[in-house]
Design a protein around this ligand. Structure first.
Ligand code: SF4
Length: 368
C-alpha cells in the first residue's frame, strides 16, 4: 500500500468495504500471530513529568495535579499480580521523570526478572543512552516511545522542547533505532485526530511504522483534556463550529498559542482507530498491536473487543494501585480508573473471550 491507497482507506465510509477491510485484517492477524491475545500488565510508575506536551493532562504545567512516584514495593506488587494473573509481560510506564534514577529502575528490572517469568517493557520517555543500555543489561526486553505524528511542524508545536537535550522529531525516530541497536524490541505509535493532523499525515505515520519495522504499534484516538492548551482551544472551537480557518486561528490565538488547524482534519474517533489498526496489521502482519486504553475509553462496552476484531492482538490491563490510577490522567475519564486490579483482569479476560479469542501465555514477543 502506498500513501494514496492508505488515505483512500482512511476516508472510506462504505460499510461493506469497511467490513471487508476488517475481515481481511483479522484473517492476516490469525495467520501471522494466531488467536492468542497477549496480556501486558501496566504499572504507571510516576506521573511526574518534565515535559509540557500540549495534549497531556500530566504535563509539568498542570499545577493542580497531585504527583506521585511508586515505591519499589508498590511496583513489585504489580509484578506479582501480573504473574499471578498469568500475564507474560509487565509494562513500566511513567512521565519523563528523571527522579526515577537509572539504578532504581535497573534494580526493579533485576528483581522482576529474578522473581517472576515476565518480559519487561519500559515506557519512560527520552532518557540517556547510558540509561537505556543499563536497563537493557539489567534484563529489559522492550521499549516504547511514541512519536505521535510524523508531521514535523505539528510535532514541534505539540511537543515544546524542554532543553538542550531534547531530541525533537528526528531524534525521537533516531532513538527508536538506537534502542533496537541495544537489543530491545521497539514500539511506537501516534494519536489519531490530533488537531492539525491531515489524512496524508496519518497515512505517512503508517508508512513510518513499516519503515521502522516496529515490533509493537499502539495508536489511539486523541481525547481532549480540558486542562491542557489543546483541550481549552478545542472548547473555543466547539462554540464556533463552521468558523473559517482564519477565524479559527484568531479564536484559538486568544487561548494563548497558535493552535494547529487542519483543513483536512482526521476524526478523533474509534472508527478511524479501527481502520488504523486494520491497515497497520496489513502493513506489518507479525507485529504486536494493542487494542488500546484510549479506544476502550471512547467506548467502554465494545471498544476493546472491536479493536481485537479489527487486527489487534494485545491488551494492557492496568495494574497500577487503584489509589494512584486517577492521577495518571493523560486524558480524562480513562477507563478502569476506579477498579481493583482483579476487576480489571476479569474484564480483560471477558473481553478476550467475547472477541472469540484466547488469553495468550508466555512473553508474547514478536515472532517473525
Ligand atoms: S505525553 Fe508523556 S512526555 Fe508528554 S507531558 Fe504527558 S507524560 Fe509527559
Amino acid at each position: 500500500m502506498n500513501e494514496k491507497e492508505i488515505v483512500k482507506w482512511l476516508r472510506e465510509d462504505d460499510p461493506d468495504r469497511l467490513t471487508e477491510l476488517f475481515r481481511k485484517a483479522d484473517a492476516v492477524r490469525r495467520d501471522h500471530v494466531g488467536d492468542a491475545v497477549h496480556l501486558r500488565g501496566l504499572v504507571e510508575l510516576s506521573n511526574i513529568c518534565r515535559r509540557n506536551c500540549l495534549y497531556c493532562g500530566v504535563r509539568a504545567g498542570h499545577s493542580t495535579v497531585e504527583r506521585y512516584r511508586l515505591t519499589a514495593d508498590e511496583v513489585m506488587q504489580g509484578a506479582r499480580l501480573a504473574s499471578e494473573f498469568g500475564y507474560g509481560t509487565l509494562v513500566m510506564q511513567a512521565g519523563e521523570d528523571f527522579g526515577l534514577e537509572g539504578e532504581f529502575v535497573a534494580d526493579l528490572i533485576r528483581r522482576i526478572k529474578k522473581e517472576y517469568a515476565l518480559a519487561v517493557t519500559l515506557s519512560l520517555g527520552e532518557r540517556t543512552e547510558a540509561d537505556w543500555r543499563l536497563w537493557r543489561e539489567a534484563g529489559a526486553d522492550r521499549y516504547l516511545i511514541r512519536f505521535e505524528t510524523c508531521n514535523k511542524d505539528l510535532f514541534r508545536v505539540i511537543h515544546p522542547p524542554v532543553g538542550k537535550d531534547d531530541l525533537g522529531f528526528e531524534g525521537r525516530i533516531g532513538a527508536l533505532r538506537v534502542l533496537r541497536g541495544l537489543g530491545y524490541e521497539i514500539g511506537s505509535g501516534v494519536m489519531i485526530g490530533i488537531p492539525g493532523q491531515t489524512y496524508a499525515d496519518l497515512a505517512r505515520d503508517l508508512l513510518m511504522f513499516r519503515e521502522l519495522d516496529l515490533d509493537m504499534i499502539g495508536n489511539g484516538p486523541y481525547l481532549a483534556h480540558p486542562e491542557t492548551p489543546l483541550g481549552r482551544a478545542a472548547e473555543v472551537l466547539a462554540k464556533n463550529p463552521g468558523a473559517p480557518t482564519d477565524e479559527r486561528r484568531r479564536l484559538t490565538a486568544e487561548v494563548g498559542f497558535d493552535y494547529p488547524v487542519s483543513d483536512d482534519p482526521v476524526p478523533a474517533d474509534n472508527l478511524t482507530a479501527f481502520k488504523v489498526i486494520a491497515l497497520t496489521r496489513l502493513l506489518l502482519p507479525d507485529s504486536n498491536i494493542p487494542s488500546t486504553t484510549a479506544i476502550a475509553t471512547n467506548d467502554r462496552l465494545h471498544g476493546r473487543v472491536t479493536g481485537l476484531q479489527s487486527g489487534a492482538n494485545v491488551v494492557m490491563p492496568n495494574l497500577t494501585p487503584t489509589r494512584y490510577r486517577a492521577l495518571y490522567e493523560i486524558y480524562p475519564n480513562k477507563s478502569a480508573t476506579t477498579e481493583s486490579p482483579e476487576e480489571t483482569h476479569r474484564t480483560a479476560i471477558a473481553q478476550i473471550i467475547e472477541a472469540g479469542r484466547i488469553p495468550g501465555t508466555g512473553p508474547g514477543g514478536r515472532i517473525r
